[in-house]
Design a protein around this ligand. Structure first.
Ligand code: MG
Length: 355
């Protein structure tokens, strides 16, 4: 998420009139997905239950296959989970980088993927304080491995091409530590600004991918796209070649990004690249947000994985927690913001994969 995206609460006046409709529509949407999923399993055979295995044990290394991301059995997967906030010192969100929060999200939200968003060039980020920011990321990765869910290691930058050597060193260290774990996904560049894909972002990505692949030949790598990871069409027109298991980042925030971005993303998929929604944000039930439904239907239809922004208690529209909520999980419904309640409703009911 950009720090600097302006927000106008233009829909607040419509609260009560739309609240019931929105809740009902989301309920119906999720019910349909669950029914659909149940039908697929209703083959007359007893579902195979394998005790003492984790989600990642069952699904293994994620692989790009055409425009889909598939499990070790070649089946498309759609993960639903949470992104942590910027890891930067004293920004607030770093307090939630605890193993207890990861375990709580897995148990209480059915979260199947978390994302550690390591701030890079901004104050208090990696370039200011490498050991502590790196330890925060490792805390989340280790916790995700412990509970058997997927985890994204996100270089949370808007100017990654200015520090390519730092990214290379960081990801080589992460690949050395975690390259053997099927849980791990590398995200090389959170949100490039309005810069050239072919002349700036792609060369940066190729340098970092090359460095990772000398250590870890196979884990999924996700590459950010221009204009806050909305110009997936530019990546689709000039995709990365020479390396396997590469997907591209799509971000959406429901009050800004609507059908026009879904159309663009659908066209990118049709051209053959795989997409990964490493961030999405909603304003929750209290404001008009039928777009959340539209986007989730699109993600489900296209088997796209997604992480909700963000695990934090900052007083802003995207935070899932109210100020002062526990930094070790155990949250009641009263601890969740409107955005948090909406996100939880979607994630906890997301069909297809059981943590
Ligand atoms: Mg590997």
């Amino acid at each position: 998420m950009s720090l600097f995206v302006p927000y106008t609460p233009k829909a607040k006046e419509c609260v009560s009139a739309t609240l019931k409709i929105l809740k009902l529509s989301i309920y119906l949407f999720l019910s349909c997905l669950i029914i659909s999923c149940t039908k697929e399993d209703n083959t007359g055979e007893t579902p195979e239950i394998i005790p003492d295995t984790t989600l990642v044990d069952r699904h293994g290394l994620l692989q790009v296959d055409g425009n889909k991301i598939v499990n070790k059995g070649g089946e498309p997967v759609s993960l639903a989970g949470n992104s942590f906030f910027w890891s930067n010192d004293n920004w607030g969100g770093e307090r939630y980088y605890t193993p207890e929060v990861v375990a709580w999200l897995k148990e209480d939200w059915n979260t199947t993927i978390v994302r550690a968003a390591m701030g890079v060039e901004d104050p208090g980020g990696y370039l200011d304080n490498k050991p502590v920011n790196k330890d925060r990321v490792k805390t989340i990765v280790d916790a995700a491995i412990d509970v058997g869910i997927y985890v994204i290691i996100d270089w949370h930058s808007h100017h990654a091409e200015d520090h390519t050597d730092e990214a290379v060193n960081f990801f080589q260290e992460m690949a050395t530590l975690y390259g053997e774990y099927d849980n791990v996904i590398y995200e090389l560049y959170n949100e490039p600004l309005d810069i050239s894909w072919s002349n700036t972002i792609k060369p940066y990505a190729l340098t970092v991918i090359s460095a990772i692949r000398t250590i870890d030949p196979d884990n999924l790598i996700v590459v950010g796209t221009p204009v806050w990871s909305q110009r997936v069409d530019l990546a689709a027109a000039d995709p990365i070649t020479g390396y396997s298991n590469i997907a591209y980042t799509l971000h959406f925030y429901t009050i800004y990004h609507q059908q026009w971005l879904r159309d663009r993303a659908s066209a990118a998929l049709e051209s053959g690249i795989a997409l990964f929604v490493t961030e999405w944000g909603s304003i929750g039930y209290s404001l008009v947000d039928s777009e959340a439904n539209e986007w989730m239907t699109w993600c489900f239809t296209n088997k796209i994985s997604h992480c909700n922004w963000a695990v934090n208690d900052k007083e802003e529209e995207w935070s899932i927690l109210i100020p002062g909520a526990s930094t070790t999980g155990g949250w009641s419904e009263d601890d969740l913001t409107d955005a948090g309640k909406l996100a939880k409703n979607i994630i906890v009911n997301w069909p297809g994969l059981t943590p």
